[in-house]
Design a protein around this ligand. Structure first.
Ligand code: HEC
Ligand code: HEC
Ligand code: HEC
Length: 112
């Protein structure tokens, strides 16, 4: 019985870990950055799940590829190039501003 409970809880844990997606995501790969001038952003996904709602960033509470822009619409990255790119302006930066994240717009907070 004890073994069964342990086995079942391990299955449940694995399911949760999987449903939450990767712990860290290389966003230069996810957004297919073609000629990077900055270091690739290794996005701390698990950390962001602690103090934000899934639906702050995803169109759906299950997560997945459909992200929600800061404008509340389905996020479209387009070609990620230069400092005026959509990830800065319509995804990462507005929330860091709103939540007053320390050094939230410093280049080296994300590109390191
Ligand atoms: C601060 C923003 C943010 C929050 C909060 C967040 N995510 Fe994500 N999540 C992302 C980004 C960015 C990606 C990468 C999307 C991509 O690869 O196109 C991602 C990817 C994922 C993926 C993998 C999608 C795939 O098919 O590769 C899953 C699953 C996921 N998130 C689930 C969740 C769940 C569940 C929550 C809440 C517990 C959550 N996320 C909270 C930003 C966030
Ligand atoms: C919905 C709000 C929200 C969005 C969108 C968001 N962040 Fe954050 N981010 C936070 C908060 C809040 C913190 C402060 C850390 C904490 O306490 O959770 C943070 C902290 C960070 C940190 C510092 C982590 C540390 O170790 O101190 C990095 C790096 C970061 N974010 C990267 C990103 C990147 C890259 C994006 C866009 C792909 C992004 N964030 C989008 C809310 C957000
Ligand atoms: C909150 C996180 C965050 C901060 C702060 C940030 N960036 Fe980015 N930046 C990103 C993400 C995410 C991408 C797209 C993924 C990638 O390039 O790895 C990106 C892409 C870029 C790109 C296009 C790709 C490339 O490598 O040429 C440039 C240029 C850029 N950032 C410059 C800057 C500069 C300059 C600063 C400081 C003023 C800065 N970024 C601060 C998250 C951030």
């Amino acid at each position: 019985m004890k073994k069964l409970v342990v086995a079942l809880s391990m299955v449940a844990f694995a399911a949760i870990a999987f449903a939450n997606g990767p712990e860290t995501i290389d966003l230069s790969k996810a957004f297919n950055v073609k000629s990077p001038t900055k270091k690739a952003v290794m996005f701390p996904h698990a950390l962001h799940q602690k103090n934000n709602q899934c639906t702050d960033c995803h169109m759906d509470a299950k997560g997945g590829k459909d992200l929600k822009g800061a404008d509340g619409k389905k996020f479209v990255a387009g070609e990620v190039k230069g400092t005026a790119n959509a990830l800065h302006k319509n995804f990462c930066w507005p929330c860091h501003e709103k939540k007053q994240v320390k050094a939230g717009k410093s280049c080296t907070t994300c590109h390191k």
